[in-house]
Design a protein around this ligand. Structure first.
Ligand code: HPA
Length: 270
């Protein structure tokens, strides 16, 4: 059988993307306009697994977005699917190995802060995870520093939103393991801790990336009020449906991050 890895890596080498994006639950449409030149299934990459969650495709693609080379992970691997943290963070290590310098993580999240209605976006400034029992080596390596999420990328995102007449909220993400949504009491506790949004991904990926020297930005798409803050019970189908509300805005933000300062082709200077 033909080896799917070699031609993919050759194409990555040819384009040398500086930026990688991880596309979270229900957000596949955010890359409208991305022109893919090669892709590979997670299942074909040693060390990765196939996502088992509806709304996650499990494919990594390379190509150009408005001329800028970019690597895009469509879907991610979660701890709640039975993966070890090693597997959850394998795509990040792969991106670093392929020469990526900037990692942009996206996710779906429950809104805790009163300003975060379903359909709004939040740039992540910092996170709370209580998942670090296995992390002594990572701690020793200094991966949990101040400014885990790049202040300059946050500023760039805020600037972009201002130019489109919108304000980008910036806040703290609580990264839990799932698979269950939280109880209302857990959300009250997270709010008291200072969390603005809650989800089941991103934090470990960001720590791994920073440990490898990457610059990281992360954006949550708020798909629901967190448990106990809205009327309806939480459901994954609502998460997927509401993620669509923010796809256009999130797409503009990501395109801006990818296209700024990259080695674009096809751009004519006057
Ligand atoms: N909690 C945890 N993860 C989530 C939520 C939530 O409310 N919404 C989307 N992902």
């Amino acid at each position: 059988m033909a080896d799917p890895v070699t031609p993919f890596i050759q194409e990555v080498d040819r384009l040398s993307p500086r930026t990688a994006i991880v596309v979270g639950s229900g957000l596949a449409g955010v890359t409208a306009g991305f022109y893919e030149t090669a892709s590979i299934a997670f299942a074909d990459i040693p060390g990765l697994a196939s996502p088992t969650v509806h709304g996650h495709s499990g494919r990594v693609a390379v190509g150009r977005w408005e001329g800028a080379p970019v690597l895009i992970f469509f879907g991610r691997l979660h701890f709640y699917e039975g993966n070890t943290w090693e597997v959850v963070t394998a795509p990040v290590r792969l991106a670093a190995k392929l020469g990526v310098k900037v990692l942009v993580l996206t996710n779906a999240a429950g809104g805790i802060h009163p300003s975060l209605d379903p359909g709004s976006l939040m740039a992540i400034r910092d996170h709370i995870t209580l998942l670090n029992r296995d992390d002594w080596r990572r701690l020793a390596a200094g991966a949990r520093l101040r400014n885990l999420y790049s202040p300059s990328l946050i500023s760039r995102m805020q600037y972009h939103e201002v130019t489109t007449g919108q304000e980008l909220l910036v806040g703290t993400y609580a990264g839990l393991t799932g698979p269950c949504y939280e109880t209302p009491a857990e959300i009250r506790a997270l709010r008291a801790f200072g969390a603005d949004a809650v989800g089941m991904s991103t934090a470990k990926e960001a720590e791994t990336a920073v440990g490898l020297g990457l610059e990281v930005a992360a954006v949550s798409c708020v798909t629901n009020w967190a448990a106990g803050l809205g009327d309806a019970p939480l459901a994954h189908s609502d998460v997927l449906a509401n993620a669509k509300l923010a796809v256009g805005r999130m797409g503009g933000l990501l395109r801006h991050l990818v296209c700024q300062g990259s080695n674009r082709v096809g751009v004519r200077l006057a």
